[in-house]
Design a protein around this ligand. Structure first.
Ligand code: ADP
Ligand code: MG
Length: 321
């Protein structure tokens, strides 16, 4: 499989008697972005660590840039840029100095190292902060510097492990722009995320991972189609009505939220189908608060596939460190 940038077949990994990867299969075509989407503890970081040779797999056939991650680890390392929970940033050096030093590490030569540093400072919106020590950087700036450092040697394949977790909305948008422009320049990217919106926005294909298994794979649209064309969401004024509605409504993929007294069901999106549901409500004397018809989101997909919600919602994690 030399044309795939990343190929994973039946990858397994245990820590002591805890099996955290239970036979992962994934292929990432060159020049595409794969979003590996899953809640905390799903096995995303373990997968990325194996792909980047920081951790040995127990079993499986895994290649990156055509190289076997076990027997050709050096070649794999030269093919990748890795960023995430392994920060390479030196706190006491400025952003520019950090980048130049990384260039030297890669034997780029003095002039070339400087030139590459300037290029990256520009690309990652760090020009203003270039001469300040990295320890004065905000969370978003540090994350961008970390990513820039991993790209000094222009690797063809980039791993981003939860690149925006914990970032404020502005920094998150900036990171999304950066990922998009990396993709435009032809990089292959494997991005892990807990955020459905992030996968939806950035990824060509999405693999949903839960408890060490890939439970679905496809484009965002393909995944959404699995949940039905349109979702009808009805909320009730009283808990009583909510419970009663749950018991009488028949339909595929019913989801309910007790706190918000809301039910949601799949429909083909036609007026007749919506009317049928409303007729049942009326006949049972149920008091509807709000009614809403929307295209399925990846949230709906995740809930349908796993029976539980993706752990965090985007906006609840907004705290810049
Ligand atoms: N070095 C380790 N030793 C023991 N258990 C680990 C180790 N690394 C990860 N785990 C466990 O493996 C599971 C998957 O972790 P991880 O790959 O970090 O998930 P994710 O990145 O999707 O949140 C979790 O249950 C985690 O506690
Ligand atoms: Mg992780």
């Amino acid at each position: 499989m030399h044309d795939a940038a990343i190929s994973i077949k039946n990858l397994t990994k245990s820590f002591k008697d805890l099996q955290v990867l239970k036979g992962i299969d994934l292929t990432v075509a060159r020049g595409t972005v794969l979003g590996l989407l899953g809640p905390n503890g799903a096995g995303k970081t373990t997968t990325v660590r194996i792909l980047s040779t920081l951790l040995q797999p127990d079993g499986g056939e895994i290649s990156v840039n055509g190289y076997n991650v076990v027997t050709q680890a050096d070649d794999v390392r030269h093919s990748i840029g890795l960023t995430g929970q392994y920060a390479a940033v030196d706190e006491y050096l400025s952003g520019r100095e950090n980048l130049i030093m990384m260039g030297r590490l890669y034997h780029l030569g003095g002039e070339a190292s400087k030139a590459r540093a300037e290029e990256l400072l520009e690309q990652f919106d760090l020009v203003q902060a270039a001469d300040r020590p990295a320890k004065t950087y905000s969370g978003g700036m540090r994350r961008r510097l970390d990513l820039a450092l991993s790209l000094v040697a222009t690797p063809p394949i980039i791993f981003l492990d939860e690149p925006t977790t914990g970032l404020d909305p502005r920094s998150r948008l900036l990171m999304w722009d950066i990922v998009s422009s990396l993709k435009k320049s032809g990089s292959t990217i494997l991005l892990t995320t807990q955020y459905l919106e992030e996968a939806d926005r950035l990824a060509d294909r999405i693999a949903v991972i839960d408890r060490g298994i890939v439970i679905a794979e496809g484009t965002a649209d393909e995944l959404k189609d699995r949940v039905g064309k349109e979702r009808l969401e009805i909320s009730f004024n009283t808990e009583n009505d909510f419970i009663k509605a749950l018991s009488i409504i028949e339909g595929e993929a019913i989801q309910s939220n007790k706190e918000e007294k809301t039910i949601s069901l799949a429909t083909g999106g036609t007026v007749a189908e919506v009317k049928r549901v409303l007729d049942i409500m009326e006949a049972s004397g149920l008091d509807i608060d709000t009614l809403n018809l929307h295209k399925p989101t990846l949230d709906d997909v995740f809930l349908k596939l796993t029976g539980h919600q993706a752990e965090e919602k985007l906006d609840e994690s907004v705290k810049e460190k």
